[in-house]
Design a protein around this ligand. Sequence first.
Ligand code: ADP
Ligand code: ASP
Ligand code: MG
Length: 407
Amino acid sequence: MSIIVQKYGGTSVADIDRIRAVAERVKRCRDRGDNLCVVLSAMAGTTNRLVGWVNELDAAGHDAAEHDMVVSTGEQVTIGLLAIALRTIGVPARSFTGWQAGIRTDGTHGKARIEGIDASAVRVAMDEGRVAIVAGFQGISPEGRVTTLGRGGSDTSAVALAAALEAERCDIFTDVDGVYTTDPRIVAKARKIEKITYEEMLEMASLGAKVLQTRSVAVAMQHGVRVQVLSSFDENPGTLVVSEDEIMEQNIVTGIAYSRDEARITVVGVKDRPGIAAAIFGPLSENGINVDMIVQSASRDGVSAALTFTVSRADLPRAERVLDEHRESIGFDRVIGDSSVAKVSVIGVGMRSHAGVAHTMFETLSRRGINIHAISTSEIKVSVLVTEDYTELAIRALHTAYGLDAA
Ligand code: ADP
Ligand code: ASP
Ligand code: MG
């Protein structure tokens, strides 16, 4: 019997009827002969509500361990309910919290990394003919505390379990029937991608396509887990995430991702001198603030310059505060923060061998009168920072320009 790990996201287990529907699907797969480990998210909206309660009491996030204790509970509800739903239709099942399933993480509460999985208890249940149902999004720290893996982390629980169980495949059931050329909720003409490489999926996810958590793709790539993204609401075939040699024809641009979780900071009137970048970015990094795109504008007088960079939106107030605290050692006139920006990225492994992708991007945006505030590139992507109001216009124009529109 081949082992398959299935993961169902929040909308797929949003209420009792949907949990019943998941149970029916699980039964069908089992009747076909699959040996199943099922990973679940919390019901849609639950995790947000739990986070909200914690924030009401502790907005500054002083107690990260108790935060995780609370926000991890949504998954405990759904795994128990699915086990009950399965038993009522005659399928033996057993639920496991993260720690019961042997999911060990580091101690970074709120965004813990899985360090290893001792899947023996899960294996025993499966060997006994039961469906093992594991709570996603959670693990246990070296101190024995409950941890969570970051938002969307059930994807990572599922892929890591698939690696530990040496599963044939990890099926991620969600509310879209695959990975699309861009978010199908924004572009009606988005096309479903049949196969996408790990590398492209990693870029898509890290640049904002939340269909898979970035970390889950990294784990899949590292362990060679075959991942399929598909809908829990129909029977359509999904998208396979595979290695590059499994893909015959490669588009130059495979997909377009966007992120509104961006803020721009411009430090005006800095001295154009060696060490200025270190003086600015040193304190930010010491405070755990990640900087993404960076542009230094040349000074007209050769003495003072402006430095523009992006941070995640949530980090903006803290970044402004840190810069202000280091005003003297850095030396600048003022700091301008702007959180009405978004990052739009085009991704494709074909870029390695084709020139002109960036040029097409800049020309397309310029024809629409969309100003580019910053640019960053890597081997297989080009990202631009635009004013947030233009996000959808930019994505649609680029989607057409790269020939991605569905017929
Ligand atoms: P789940 O709760 O099942 O984990 P998510 O909301 O995390 O589901 O992820 C699915 C959502 O990802 C879709 O509803 C879709 O709006 C969004 N999405 C963003 N980019 C893409 C893309 N390129 N392809 C498919 N879905 C995408
Ligand atoms: N329930 C968690 C979240 O909402 C984990 C997940 O759904 O993957 O982020
Ligand atoms: Mg998700």
